[in-house]
Write a protein that binds this ligand. Structure first.
Ligand SMILES: [Zn+2]
Ligand SMILES: [Zn+2]
Length: 626
């Protein structure tokens, strides 16, 4: 949250790179105020991939100004000035702010108004500190790098506008973005990666390949439709999930897309917690059915409120409750590719990466405390298995825990169960350590009902994505009154693990498009095989049709190109459509019962007996070869 002031604890957790980038923001401000002495600065934090500084200035900064600002910044970096921390009294700070001395090189005619406001927001018990680099003094709690020279390589990237503290009633500021790295090599690599990411933009490749369509006018913004080729990919991913989950002992269920308000009041998503992320309710006047006695007159019509589901868990909880459960039924692993609807702000929507309808690779595992570690471990193993299939080599689990100071009171954020928090967090930590999966711990970001593990992966070009989330839930099963009968005949509440290793189709396919640049492995490719004939004599057409029929009998997505194009034209078309395997057949191939094989992006790989080529295609798909 941009307006939540970082606590001293949070500040200490800033990574080396964040310190470096934030320090670079000071260098930026120092350069700007040298060029435009009346500049008024607000906040200058590190952000994902860089930093920004908000500035109020009569001159409108444009990218044309960047070279001379950067020139001034380079001079400061070269001077290798120390970042000196100076602790001051509140009175001293107020006086300096009035004199315009904060985020400035000298006293100025007007006060440092935003710094003054920030100063007044600092709690009484916190020390007030300046950071001084050369003549530039800024009000800041740090931390920074030691000297300006530690800012190895930087670049200004964009300028946008932003309201002070994100509130449109406040003045509008210019937000100057930049990025910084330890050295020039890393900076260059970063910009190379961005350029590559642009070429692999999922919206561009998705349109070229005809995978999905967004129709804001008739269907609505953020509600993608899957075209046949994208639909083929969905089918393959679901098949993979179903096979994997079946082998791991999951059972499949199917639930409606809507539920009554009572469901979400019980889960705790309503009335407040999740209300902003749900579509508005539907009110329906309907007869109240009599429980179990259809012969009775229906009661007076009642207005019932329904919601589109934003998550599948509550439905699955009701499936758990639908039958009496004993310890012998546990662990119970309920899986469903469930469609959820989330109301994302229209400004947040982005291709198929940020959408309002999501097909989720969901499952909920109900288990006993004793079973938890093994179950959680098995979930992690499933992730690793998927990573191997998709060639994802770099990943990290982001383990979000609760903040013990936010269990009660006005800013309570987590279920008030201190012992359960400790127990489950310890369990999760232990499994993560023992499984040797790389992980980082992030306090204060758990779900309200239990610790959360976000899975971050890096695409082959080095861009980071959050693909999936696991959650441990020790609170909601109790809210739904879920019980199982234990060995000693006592009633107990199960733990629930939420997991979705393949995330949502929308986000996962968006990621895969970038990861593979649309050049999917054979098993996943929307169009797997195209037979290209050299000529159009009837026997050759028959030969090609027979190959297509044989492949389709093996569930291979195969077609033939009988257009009047010359063979080079047909090859070009197939390459453009990213068809994985091309089987070129001419009269001579037909006579010897052969095909000439071409692989997309690899070119001609030579002639093969037809039977061998077909067998190999079937095997590559079955094994999901890379
Ligand atoms: Zn600072
Ligand atoms: Zn869930």
């Amino acid at each position: 949250m941009e307006n939540e002031r970082k606590s001293p604890d949070d500040r200490q957790k800033m990574t080396d790179l964040e310190r470096l980038r934030h320090s670079c923001a000071h260098v930026l401000a120092s350069a700007i105020v040298k060029l435009w002495p009346d500049a008024q600065f607000a906040a200058g934090p590190p952000v994902e991939n860089g930093f920004y500084y908000d500035v109020e200035l009569s001159h409108r900064i444009t990218p044309e100004d960047f070279p001379r600002i950067e020139e001034e910044m380079k001079r400061l970096v070269k001077a290798n000035l120390p970042f000196e921390r100076v602790v001051v009294t509140r009175d001293q700070a107020l006086t300096d702010a009035q004199k315009g001395r904060l985020a400035a090189l000298a006293d100025r005619p007007s006060p440092s108004k935003f710094k003054l406001d920030i100063l007044q927001g600092i709690p009484e018990n916190e020390p007030i500190s300046y950071y001084k680099s050369g003549e530039f003094i800024d009000l800041c709690a740090g931390p920074h790098v030691m000297r300006t020279g530690n800012v190895g390589a930087f670049k200004l990237t964009t300028v946008a506008s932003a309201y002070y503290k994100g509130d449109e009633r406040n003045p509008q500021l210019q937000r100057i973005y930049g990025t910084a790295f330890k050295n020039k090599t890393q900076l260059d690599e970063y910009f190379k990666m961005l350029e590559e990411a642009k070429k692999r933009d999922h919206r561009k490749i998705g349109a070229e390949m005809g995978l999905f369509a967004l129709d804001a006018e008739f269907v609505g913004p953020g509600l993608p439709m899957w075209l046949p080729k994208g639909g083929a990919m969905l089918e393959e991913l679901e098949k993979l999930a179903k096979e994997t989950e079946f082998a791991a002992g999951y059972v499949r269920v199917k639930t409606p897309h809507i539920a009554r308000e009572k469901m979400y009041l019980t889960s705790g998503h309503l009335p407040i917690l999740y209300a902003d992320s749900m579509f508005p309710p539907m009110d329906l006047a309907e007869d109240e059915p009599h429980q179990g006695d259809a012969s009775k007159e229906p009661r007076h019509p009642a207005v019932n409120r329904y919601y589109l589901k934003a998550m599948n868990c509550p439905h699955h909880h009701r499936i758990f409750a639908a039958e009496p459960r004993s310890y012998l039924d546990l662990p119970l692993r309920l899986a469903e590719y469930g469609t959820c609807y989330r109301y994302e702000q229209s400004g947040e929507l982005f291709g198929i990466m940020r959408v309002r309808s999501l097909n989720m690779n969901d499952a909920h595992i109900y288990c006993t405390e004793e079973q938890f570690a093994a179950e959680f471990n098995a979930v992690n193993e499933m992730y690793i298995k998927y990573f191997k299939i998709f060639g994802i080599e770099k990943y990290v689990m982001r383990f979000s825990t609760h903040d013990p100071s936010r269990l009660t009171g006005d800013n309570a954020k987590f279920v008030n169960e201190p012992e359960l928090w400790k127990k489950t967090e310890d369990l999760v930590r232990k499994v993560l350590i023992e499984s040797k999966i790389p992980y980082v711990e992030v306090p204060n970001e758990a779900a309200f009902y239990g610790p959360k593990i976000d899975v971050q992966v890096w695409s082959v070009i080095g861009r980071e994505f959050t693909l999936a989330t696991n959650q441990v839930d020790f609170a909601v099963p109790a809210r739904f009154g879920l019980k199982y009968r234990d060995r000693d005949n006592s009633e107990k509440t199960p733990l629930c693990i939420h997991r979705a290793p393949l995330g949502t189709h929308e986000r996962f396919i968006g990621f895969l498009i970038e990861h593979y640049a649309g050049n999917f492995p054979l098993w996943l490719a929307p169009e797997q095989v195209r037979v290209l004939t050299i000529g159009d004599e009837a026997p050759l057409v028959d030969y090609a049709n027979a190959i297509v029929a044989e492949l389709r009998a093996g569930f291979v997505r195969a077609t033939a190109d009988f257009s009047t194009n010359m063979i080079n034209g047909k090859i070009l078309d197939a390459e453009k459509a990213r068809v994985h395997t091309m089987l070129v057949v001419g009269p001579r191939d037909m006579q010897s019962g052969a095909v000439s094989l071409r692989i997309h992006g690899k070119g001609n790989v030579g002639a093969r007996p037809k039977a061998d080529a077909v067998a190999d295609i079937l095997a590559a798909i079955r094994e999901r070869r890379a």
